[in-house]
Write a protein that binds this ligand. Structure first.
Ligand SMILES: [Fe+2]
Length: 337
């Protein structure tokens, strides 16, 4: 379900606590992060469990919100008149100029020495910190996807981890294909953080064992992590564009249709899915997750670029990813000379 843009804010005293079913959807507004989060769809029981969760949200300081287009329904049901506090359109609240944002994004490329050092030493701590500091400057009001990317950057642990490495590498790839739209970059960043959440629904075994040693049945199970992740992300009910869910779902698809879960081809995929696919796979391969051996990340990226068809790296990530990796390798080889 597409989430609405505009809402009315309901004061706690105007909310009909005693009712069991409501003819309107209920959201919570997190003012600090400028996020509307779905709480209860219309006609869903407001039972003990949801009442408890409702109170907890109020305790956190979240405000009750109802979609603006259900204002009349709310009035008919409660008899309460609620003042409309319209949410301004994104462009009206746009405070940072495009030029400033462009400088912010491309300024990250000046830190490529940190990324080079990270790849050589297999320690991404410093470049993760630098990249996070850039993301934390994105203007929250630009789009829901931007606020989600910033919120995740702020809330997730910043240590050297697979999801933080994926976020850094995906962002660099995006910059090397000259992507400068903050909302689009944010989709890639949010997807990078979230794309393996589905593994939490599988036995730990799958997060530890190298792919080459899995049986056909185990591979089949492991591949479910794409759909599981997309399902979990949807279930959380964050208000974000459907692109993030699509990018997550498609992160094991390949341009030539050799991927999963759907075996889609390049023109059917979201362009950012293949950028995430490349960064996620290169990092998995480099960590030893695929063939059980550790490989230096830059060598892995060079192998993908040179299409030398090493087992486990013989994938087609499509034109955009090809452009990204060509520029990436060129820039980092320049750094050597
Ligand atoms: Fe994956």
């Amino acid at each position: 379900m597409e989430h609405p843009k505009n809402y009315i804010i309901i004061q706690p005293q105007d909310f009909p606590f005693k009712e069991y079913l409501f003819p309107f959807h209920i959201y919570f507004y997190d003012e600090e992060n400028k996020l509307y989060k779905k709480f209860l769809y219309a006609n869903t029981p407001f039972n003990k469990e949801t009442q408890k969760e409702f109170k907890e949200n109020l305790m956190k300081g979240y405000q009750v919100a109802v979609p603006l287009n259900q204002q009349k329904t709310f009035f008919k049901f409660t008899g309460k008149v609620v003042e409309v506090r319209e949410i301004k359109e994104e462009k009206e609240v746009y405070k940072v100029s495009r030029a400033e944002l462009r400088n912010l994004h491309f300024g990250l490329l000046e830190h490529k020495k940190e990324l080079k050092k990270a790849m050589e030493n297999d320690d991404f701590t410093e470049i993760i910190r630098t990249t996070r500091n850039v993301i934390l400057q994105f203007p929250l009001n630009l789009s829901n996807d931007v606020s989600i990317a910033v919120m995740l950057t702020n809330d997730l642990p910043s240590f050297d981890s697979f999801y933080n490495r994926t976020m850094v590498l995906s962002y660099f790839f995006a910059l090397y294909v000259k992507l400068q739209d903050t909302a689009e970059i944010s989709k890639l960043i949010a997807s990078s953080y979230l794309h393996h959440v589905g593994y939490t629904q599988l036995p730990t075994f799958f997060s530890l064992k190298q792919n080459f040693s899995l049986t056909d049945n185990q591979m089949h199970e492991m591949k479910k992590h794409t759909k599981l992740t997309a399902h979990l992300v949807k279930k959380v009910g964050l208000v974000m564009s459907p692109d993030i869910e699509k990018i997550i779902l498609e992160h094991h698809e390949r341009a030539n249709g050799a991927g999963y879960p759907e075996g889609k081809t390049e023109h059917q995929l979201h362009p950012l899915s293949l950028l995430l696919a490349m960064s996620s796979h290169a990092l998995e391969f480099s960590s030893g997750r695929i063939d059980g051996k550790k490989h230096q990340l830059f060598n892995v990226l060079k192998s993908i670029k040179e299409k030398n068809s090493l087992p486990g790296l013989d994938f087609n990530f499509g034109k955009l990813a090809e452009k990204a990796i060509e520029e990436f390798v060129l820039q980092f080889e320049k750094e050597d000379s």
